[in-house]
Design a protein around this ligand. Structure first.
Ligand code: DMJ
Length: 584
């Protein structure tokens, strides 16, 4: 499959020809070394001058341009001491020479001193200032394959369940999470995917629904978190992409209805709310408030504040984040999954899967969407990443790396599909900051992504379980509900490496889904992904259209389509423009 990149073979030369060729090779090597040394010197000189600029920035706090700079709080060299750093790049304290990689020469990543460097940071992004010639990387045939899946999933929803929250593909009917039609979750979750796949007529059908029929005045409890990531997220990204004001108006309406959930002792929102009455309450099925739920609100609320100028939304969602980030932890960087209404941690178990996942994701993404200026987020994420690696990352005897749950004393040997988002998260962290952890996080991202691919590949139907024991790839929790996390990480790895294997992995997964889950009325999940004959679950998740199909499509698209330089994906794969890209 790499043959098309191979240079044509030449006939083998005789001995003297070989000697001449070797001589030429040495000359070239020597020249290369001299050029690299010169470039390296330029970079060292450049970074030391940036360091000088950085120091002067620490001075006047009243200077608006440097308002967020907190050098005393965030010193990357003061890393948690528990970690034994191996194989990183040179630190600024150790000037031993290392050749810069090709990427470093062309697109040097910012160092921490650049973080508050008002704009210089973003201008270094590859797509805007790169001298490199643009390469169109779209694979039109594979894109069409994925788009066909979306046409079938969306078309079936329109035909059998339009206006309901979800489609039941086998019974060809609709399903609502609450009374009546619910709030049309699949319409709102699908808007940006329709736009990105250039399904403009369908987008128009959805837009008209949002304009003329959508109502949030519905009775019955809905999840504050799910409403936020799917409904608010879907509306805001539809607004960012299309500019239609109605999406922003609707986002304001739904967030106003969510706000009463924040009237609690600690400012941590209740998990459930009745959108009609505004009365809110905690889940019955778990104690206290859930980390991934209250910790995955700020990206959306902040974006809404940025777009409307109303700071209330950001302030309200900031409060619980500041509250938990300021709390004492038994293990620095690891946050218990639950907290009670008095602000006491409830469990002593840690995970990056269910109940925690997107909290960690948002620590990083809050930093990235803010153009890497507010170092409090990156600092918190860094601390978490170090602890996650130490306590929750495992390696099997055959070398497969996985991310699991555990306590201070033990860790499990399984991995949830939900946790598979972490491959992309570690890759994103590595590609947005250069420090001694860069290579390490990127490798961890790549390793986790590969394990998640194997969670599909090793199964009889090519479909992953909800939870897999990684030592032998035995399915432990056997249902499959069209989750996106594996293809999400595959998408990030593709964008950052352009290694064809990632596209191959994504296509294998797409084909397996088509084989097992496509029915006349849409796409179903499976009650048991090992069962023969198939045990379908008659459920088409809204995140199948919002995330799984979107990440698969973007995997085969050109890098410019939702460029990672310009957008940050919320945890439901809704792309938001970075703060610096918003028109003031
Ligand atoms: C989605 O709603 C989001 O990705 C969320 O963060 C986790 N669960 C589902 C998909 O698995």
């Amino acid at each position: 499959m790499y043959d098309k990149y191979h240079k044509p073979q030449v006939a083998s030369p005789n001995i003297s020809g070989r000697l001449i060729a070797v001589g030429k090779l040495w000359k070239r090597l020597l020249l290369g070394v001299v050029v690299l040394l010169a470039v390296r010197l330029l970079i060292v000189d450049h970074s030391s001058s940036r360091e000088r600029v950085g120091k002067s920035e620490t001075m006047p706090e009243q200077d608006g341009a440097f308002i967020n700079f907190k050098p005393s709080k965030f010193n990357p060299k003061q890393r948690p001491s528990s970690l034994n750093i191996t194989g990183g790049r040179e630190s600024s304290g150790n000037k031993s020479f290392a050749f810069p990689s090709f990427d470093q020469v062309l697109f040097p990543l910012p160092k921490l001193n650049d973080i508050n460097d008002t704009g210089k940071y973003q201008q270094q992004s590859a797509d805007t200032s790169s001298p490199k010639k643009r390469v169109n990387r779209a694979d039109a045939q594979s894109q069409a394959y994925i788009k066909d899946m979306m046409i079938h999933a969306w078309g079936s929803y329109v035909k059998f369940a339009f206006g309901k929250d979800e489609l039941r593909p086998q019974s060809k009917s609709g399903k609502s999470w609450i009374d009546g039609s619910g709030y049309a979750a699949t319409v709102l979750d699908s808007l940006d995917t329709l736009w990105i796949m250039d399904m403009k007529e369908d987008f128009e059908i959805a837009r008209k629904y949002v304009e003329d029929q959508l109502t949030f005045d519905v009775q019955g409890g809905v999840s504050v978190f799910e409403t936020n990531i799917r409904v608010v997220g879907g509306l805001l990204s539809a607004y960012d992409l299309s500019g239609h004001k109605i999406f922003l108006e609707r986002a304001v309406q739904i967030v106003e209805r969510l706000l009463p959930a924040y009237n609690t002792k600690t400012g941590i929102p209740n998990s459930m709310i009745d959108l009609h009455s505004g009365s809110s309450y905690r889940h019955g099925w778990t104690s206290g408030y859930v980390l991934s739920e209250y910790g995955s609100m700020l990206l959306e609320f902040q974006h809404l504040s940025d777009l409307t100028g109303n700071q209330t939304y950001e302030q309200v969602a900031m409060k619980p984040m500041d509250y938990v980030l300021g709390k004492e932890l038994s293990i620095k960087g690891l946050y218990p999954t639950n907290i009670d209404e008095n602000g006491q941690w409830v469990s002593g178990q840690y995970t990056v899967g269910a109940l925690s996942d997107s909290f960690y994701e948002y620590l990083l993404k809050l930093w990235v969407i803010g153009d890497m200026k507010d170092s409090k987020w990156r600092h918190a994420w860094d601390e978490s990443a170090v602890a996650i690696e130490k306590y929750l990352v495992g390696k099997t005897q055959s070398g497969d790396v996985y991310l699991t749950s555990g306590t201070e004393l033990w860790k499990s040997d399984d991995m949830e599909h939900l946790t598979c988002f972490a491959g992309g998260m570690f890759a994103l962290a590595a590609r947005t900051l250069e420090d001694e952890y860069t290579d390490r996080w990127f490798q961890l991202g790549a390793d986790l992504t590969e394990t998640c691919y194997k969670m599909y590949k090793t199964q009889p139907l090519g479909i992953s379980a909800e939870k897999t024991r990684i030592t032998d790839y035995n399915a432990i929790v056997k249902y499959y509900i069209q989750r996106p996390e594996a293809v999400e990480s595959i998408f990030y790895m593709w964008r950052y490496t352009h290694d064809e294997k990632y596209r191959q992995w994504g296509m294998e997964i797409a084909q397996a889904i088509n084989k097992c889950c496509k029915v006349e009325g849409g796409y179903t999940g499976l009650n048991d992904m090992t069962a023969d004959p198939l045990q379908r679950n008659d459920q088409q998740e809204s995140f199948f259209l919002a995330e799984t199909l979107k990440y698969l499509y973007l995997l085969f698209s050109d890098d410019d389509l939702i460029s990672l330089d310009d957008y940050v994906f919320n945890t439901e794969a809704h792309p938001f423009l970075k703060r610096s890209r918003l028109q003031k």
